[in-house]
Design a protein around this ligand. Structure first.
Ligand code: ADP
Ligand code: MG
Length: 628
C-alpha cells in the first residue's frame, strides 16, 4: 500500500467510500434504536402498558450518552453548546412524564449529528480525492543507458525519471525525451489531457497516457505540486478562520437566548411544555456545522480549479478583496522572454562579445531575463565563461567578475551611462556595463499570457480594481498594461517600492490581493491582505504567499476569488437564516403554538437546510483515470 507520509501529512489520503459505508455503525445503530423506542412508546401510549417508562429510560440512557459526553467536553472547554441545552430539554420532558417527546428529541439530535458528520466527511473527501497515489517506486536513468528502480523518496532534483505509458508522474519536472499526452486534471484543474514533448513542464500526480517519456526532476517530494497540495490539505483541515470563531460565538449566544427565553416563558406562563419547546426550537447547529463545511468545501473547489489556499483565514480575506495588484514580468507575462535585438556602442565589444559578457554575468541568475540571455548565447554557440562574485540586486540587475572585468547587467538605474529608452521599442532592455562603462544593451520581448486580459476583464466585472506594478521601464509597462486592460500602471519600482504601493493602498482602506512570481515580489506578497504566487515562479514567492496558482494561469485567480465570495454569501445566509428561524421559533414556542416534537422538527429541518446550503460548494467527483 503506497503511503504519502513523505509528502508532508504523515497520513495517507482517505479514498472516497460509498455513503452508507461512511456512516459510523454505532451512531447509526443508536439512532435506529432510539427511533424504534420512540415509535414503541408513542404507540404504547395508546395502550395501557406499564413497562413504557422502562423502555423510555433504557432508550434515553443509550441515546443521551454521546450527547452527555459532548456536553461535558464543551463545558470543560468553557464552551456553551447545543448539546447542553438539548440535554436540559430532554431531561425536563422526561421529568414531566413526556416520554415520547424526550425520545423523539433525542432521535432528532442523533440524526442531525450523523448528517453533520457525513457532510464534513464529504467536504474532506472532496479535498483528499484530489490526490492520487504516487507510484511507490520510480525508474531512474543513471549514467549511460542503465535504468534502475528506486523508492520514490530517493529521487533527487536533476535526476532523469522514466515514466511508461499509463504510469503516474512522480515529480515536477521537464520532459527530456519522448512525447505523450498527460492528464493533469488533479493538479492544474485542466480537464483536457495536454500534449507534452521535450522541454514541457509536467507535474507530480498527473497521469502519463500514451507514450513513454523521460523527465528531468525539478521538484520532488514536499516541494512538488503534489507535496504542496498535501500540505494545503493538511492546513485547510486544521485551520480555524475568524468566521469560524464568529460562528461559534453566535451559536453560543443562541443557546443563551434559548435558555433565557425558556426561563422567561416558564415564569410568565408556568407552562412546562411550552418552555421545553422554546429550548428545543433554537438550534444553531446550522451555522456551527455549516460554516466549517463551507470553508472546507470552498477550499476543495478552488483546489480542483488548480489553486491552493493555505488556510481558511485567507479564504475569508479573499472574499472581501476590492483590489488586485499584479506584478508584470512572470505574472501577466509568461516570464519567458526572448532576445530580439542586441545594441552595441562604438568602441565597445561587438554583438557576440557583448552577449558572452552578459551571459557570463547572468549565469547564476534565477531571473527570467537573465536566463533568456544565457539561453540565447548558448543557442548561438557563444563561449560563456565562468564568473566570480555574482551578486543580484532585486529589481535592478546583476553583477559579476568575468575574466577579470567587472560586468553589470540591469536596468537604467543600475548601469550608469545607459540610455533611458530606445525609441520605437517596447522590449525590455538589459543594459550591460563593463568596468563601470556602458557597453551596450540586449533587448528582450516577453509574451503576454494568453489568459491575462480575460482574467483582468473578469475581475473588473466582479467590481475589483486592478493595478500593475513592475520594476521594468514605463514604456514596456504601459504597453503591457494597454494589452491586458490594466490602466493603473506603476513602473520603475524597486522591491521596497512595491511594498510601499501595497502599504499606501491598504492605508487608503483598500483590501488587496498581490499576485507575483519573483524574488522581488516576496515582500509585497507578504504585506498584502492576500499574497498569491504563480506556481511556476520562484520558491521564495511561493513561500511568502497565501495562495498558489499551480498552473500559473491568472484566470484561476478569478475562480478563487469568486468561490471565496460565494462561500461568504453562503455563510452569511446561514447566519441570518439561523437567527431568523430561532427568533421566530422562540416566539411561537413561547406562545404555546409549537409542541416540543414540532419544535425539534423545526430545529433539525432548518439545520439540515443550512448544512445542505453549505454542501452545495462541495465540488463534484472527478473522472478518475484508472491506473495501469
Ligand atoms: P518585475 O517587477 O516586472 O517582475 P523585476 O523587478 O524582476 O521585474 O525587474 C525589474 C527590472 O530590473 C527589469 O526589467 C530589468 O531591467 C532589471 N533586472 C532585474 N533583474 C535583472 C537581471 N537578472 N538581469 C538584467 N536585468 C535585470
Ligand atoms: Mg515578476
Amino acid at each position: 500500500m503506497p503511503t504519502t507520509a513523505d509528502a508532508g501529512t504523515g497520513r495517507p489520503p482517505e479514498v472516497q467510500r460509498p455513503l452508507w459505508q461512511r456512516i459510523d455503525r454505532t451512531d447509526l445503530a443508536r439512532t435506529v434504536f432510539l427511533a424504534a423506542c420512540s415509535v414503541a412508546v408513542a404507540l404504547g401510549a395508546t395502550w395501557p402498558w406499564d413497562r413504557l417508562p422502562v423502555i423510555a429510560v433504557v432508550g434515553l440512557v443509550a441515546g443521551c450518552w454521546p450527547i452527555l459526553t459532548e456536553a461535558v467536553r464543551d463545558a470543560v472547554n468553557r464552551r456553551m453548546s447545543m448539546e447542553l441545552s438539548m440535554l436540559i430539554a430532554i431531561i425536563a420532558a422526561a421529568a414531566i412524564g413526556e416520554w415520547t417527546t424526550a425520545l423523539v428529541i433525542t432521535t432528532f439530535v442523533l440524526a442531525a449529528e450523523i448528517l453533520e458528520d457525513l457532510s464534513m466527511d464529504r467536504g474532506r473527501g472532496a479535498l483528499t480525492d484530489l490526490m492520487t497515489f504516487l507510484p511507490d517506486t520510480v525508474r531512474v536513468r543513471g549514467a549511460g543507458a542503465t535504468v534502475t528502480t528506486v523508492p520514490r523518496d530517493q529521487v533527487r532534483p536533476g535526476q532523469t525519471v522514466v515514466v511508461p505509458p499509463g504510469g503516474r508522474i512522480p515529480v515536477d519536472g521537464t520532459v527530456t525525451a519522448g512525447h505523450s499526452t498527460v492528464d493533469q486534471s488533479r493538479i492544474t484543474g485542466e480537464s483536457l489531457p495536454v500534449d507534452v514533448t521535450v522541454d514541457d513542464t509536467v507535474f507530480a500526480g498527473s497521469v502519463n497516457q500514451v507514450g513513454a517519456v523521460e523527465i528531468r526532476a525539478d521538484r520532488v517530494g514536499a516541494d512538488s505540486s503534489y507535496g504542496r497540495i498535501m500540505e494545503a490539505v493538511r492546513l485547510a483541515q486544521s485551520s480555524e478562520p475568524p468566521v469560524q470563531r464568529l460562528a461559534d460565538r453566535l451559536a453560543a449566544w443562541l443557546v443563551y437566548l434559548a435558555l433565557g427565553g425558556a426561563l422567561v416563558t416558564y415564569l410568565l406562563t408556568r407552562d412546562l411544555t411550552a418552555t421545553i419547546s422554546v429550548i428545543v426550537v433554537a438550534g444553531a447547529c446550522g451555522i456551527a456545522a455549516g460554516t466549517p463545511l463551507a470553508v472546507l468545501a470552498a477550499i476543495a473547489r478552488i483546489a480542483r480549479a488548480g489553486a491552493f489556499v493555505k488556510d481558511g483565514a485567507h479564504l475569508e480575506a479573499l472574499s472581501t478583496v476590492d483590489t488586485v495588484v499584479f506584478d508584470k514580468t512572470g505574472t501577466l507575462t509568461t516570464g519567458r522572454p526572448t532576445v530580439t535585438r542586441v545594441i552595441t556602442v562604438p568602441g565597445g565589444p561587438d554583438e557576440d562579445a557583448l552577449l558572452s559578457y552578459a551571459a557570463a554575468a547572468e549565469n547564476y541568475s534565477e531571473h527570467p531575463l537573465g536566463r533568456a540571455v544565457v539561453a540565447h548565447a548558448q543557442t548561438l554557440g557563444l563561449p560563456v565563461e565562468a564568473s566570480q562574485n555574482f551578486t543580484y540586486s532585486p529589481g535592478l540587475g546583476v553583477s559579476a567578475e568575468v575574466g577579470g572585468r567587472q560586468v553589470t547587467a540591469g536596468n537604467t538605474a543600475f548601469v550608469p551611462g545607459a540610455p533611458a529608452s530606445f525609441p520605437n521599442e517596447v522590449a525590455t532592455a538589459v543594459h550591460i556595463g563593463v568596468d563601470g562603462r556602458y557597453a551596450g544593451s540586449v533587448l528582450l520581448a516577453d509574451e503576454i499570457r494568453p489568459t491575462s486580459s480575460r482574467a483582468v476583464a473578469d475581475l473588473h466585472d466582479e467590481g475589483v480594481r486592478t493595478i500593475m506594478i513592475t520594476g521594468d521601464s514605463a514604456g514596456t509597462a504601459l504597453a503591457v498594461g494597454r494589452a491586458v486592460g490594466v490602466t493603473d500602471v506603476r513602473a520603475d519600482l524597486l522591491p521596497e517600492d512595491k511594498t510601499t504601493v501595497i502599504d499606501r493602498e491598504r492605508a487608503a482602506g483598500h483590501r488587496l490581493v498581490m499576485v507575483g512570481d519573483g524574488v522581488n515580489d516576496a515582500p509585497a506578497l507578504a504585506k498584502a491582505d492576500v499574497g498569491i504566487a504563480m506556481g511556476g515562479g520562484t520558491d521564495i514567492a511561493r513561500e511568502s504567499s497565501d495562495v498558489i496558482l499551480v498552473s500559473s494561469d491568472p484566470r484561476d485567480l478569478v475562480t478563487t476569488l469568486r468561490t471565496a465570495r460565494r462561500a461568504r454569501r453562503i455563510v452569511t445566509f446561514n447566519f441570518i437564516g439561523t437567527v431568523t428561524v430561532d427568533l421566530a421559533g422562540i416566539v411561537l414556542a413561547a406562545s404555546g403554538l409549537l409542541s416540543p416534537v414540532v419544535a425539534a422538527f423545526v430545529h433539525v429541518g432548518s439545520e439540515t437546510a443550512f448544512i445542505l446550503n453549505s454542501a452545495r460548494l462541495i465540488p463534484g467527483r472527478q473522472r478518475r483515470t484508472p491506473p495501469r
